[in-house]
Design a protein around this ligand. Structure first.
Ligand SMILES: NC(=O)c1ccc[n+]([C@@H]2O[C@H](COP(=O)([O-])OP(=O)(O)OC[C@H]3O[C@@H](n4cnc5c(N)ncnc54)[C@H](O)[C@@H]3O)[C@@H](O)[C@H]2O)c1
Ligand SMILES: [Zn+2]
Length: 352
């Protein structure tokens, strides 16, 4: 299976785009943006095109990652000369790379697309790995394919206009990647100050974090085994995200993952004997960098039920990717209900 051979962290993005699009004729290039990436990101790359590309603008937000929006993009392509040799450039966050990759992979049985991710989450996670798709029937990412971008071009300077909360949301996945990769990656992260972003440090961090995902994808492109390591923090994380969503309490995916990481670090200690002092150090780092949310004892049963319905389970048994040490992941782990309640109460007590 083809994977992205080409993930580039660009110093000079205009030059990289120029060389990437050389193989396509100017009138065959389309660029997909939302209103924010049109305003903040497109001007930074506009000079790469010898004639203005055809810009397709969709509304931002995960709720627009749907069939209706896909239809708008398909129609634009077919009404404006799109053919088998067209190129779609996805300039935006994970919503743009997911829906753009989906539309490109299905238009006329598939045209080329490249990703130019503009959020931290997209730069180190969503734009890499070949999962493209849309939400449908009330379910996230229900319809889609495995289909790889011809190239992923990462330009950390885009993040200068990103809202702080969006940055923090992506940072949860950076933390996850460091924890599943190595002690060195984890140590390096300790020197990064998200209150005062140093862009030269950030560039290195992004490059390494994107590489962690890419290495795992290369080993297991279709998620039959080790790719599940990327699910670390997400068994609790997804349930917690849904739990707050139901109550109309705003929580970002990364904020829910941060809580999920804390709970799954706790379970890693219970099930795989993760060293206790390491556990406390990791938990402290996460608690300092992410917002805390109220989860009361009365809520545990509902969160547990949500976890049981996670589509990644086998026979209703809740599955986790856990760590026995920093950099050592074990997939397909289980634990009992008692441990799950204890983990939530461990999170609760952190606030005191
Ligand atoms: N395919 C995968 O493997 C994968 C993995 C993780 C997440 N995802 C998907 O990614 C999506 C979330 O991605 P996201 O967090 O990037 O959200 P997003 O694409 O919604 O972007 C977040 C917000 O930031 C704005 N924005 C983007 N770049 C900007 C910039 N440089 N400056 C200012 N504003 C900017 C966007 O317009 C949007 O309002 C979800 O749909 C999720 O399902 C996919
Ligand atoms: Zn995630």
């Amino acid at each position: 299976m083809e994977t992205e051979k080409n993930i580039i962290v660009a110093e000079n993005i205009v030059e990289i785009i120029k060389s990437t699009i050389e193989a396509y004729s100017d009138e065959n290039i389309y660029i997909l943006v939302d209103e924010n990436t049109l305003k903040y990101c497109f001007p930074l790359i506009e000079n790469a095109f010898s004639q203005p590309p055809q810009v397709i603008t969709i509304k931002s937000g995960d709720k627009n990652k749907n069939l209706e929006t896909s239809q708008v993009i398909w129609n634009y392509l077919s009404d404006n000369g799109g053919d088998r040799s067209s190129l779609l450039i996805n300039l935006g966050g994970g919503v743009i790379s997911d829906i753009g990759g989906f539309v490109a992979s299905s238009f006329k049985r598939g045209i080329d697309f490249i990703n130019i991710p503009t959020t931290l989450l997209a730069q180190i996670d969503a734009s890499i790995g070949g999962k493209v798709g849309i939400n449908s029937n009330g379910l996230k990412n229900e319809i889609g394919f495995f289909s790889h971008a011809k190239r992923v071009i990462i330009y950390p300077d885009f993040l200068k206009t990103l809202e702080k909360n969006e940055f923090i949301s992506g940072f949860a996945e950076v933390v996850k990647h460091a924890l599943i990769h190595s002690q060195d990656a984890w140590n390096e992260l300790q020197y990064f100050d998200i209150e005062n972003i140093d862009y030269s440090k950030l560039k290195i961090l992004i490059k390494k974090s994107a590489q962690v995902k890419q290495d795992i994808i290369n080993q297991d492109p279709k998620e039959n085994g080790i790719r599940q390591a990327l699910n670390f923090g997400h068994t609790f994380g997804h349930a917690i995200e849904t739990f707050f969503g139901r109550k109309n309490i705003q929580i970002l995916h990364g904020e829910a993952v941060a809580i999920g990481l804390i709970c799954e670090i706790f379970i890693s200690n219970k099930v795989l004997n993760l060293d206790l002092s390491k556990m406390f150090k990791i938990v402290e780092f996460i608690a300092i960098n992410f917002n805390s949310f109220d989860i009361e004892m009365d809520d545990y049963e509902e969160i547990y039920e949500l976890m049981k319905h996670d589509k990644k389970n086998n026979n209703n048994e809740i599955r986790f990717a856990l760590i026995s040490d920093i950099g050592k992941v074990e997939v397909n782990q289980t634990c009992d209900k008692n441990n799950i309640f204890q983990a939530l109460s461990f999170y609760y007590q952190l606030k005191k």
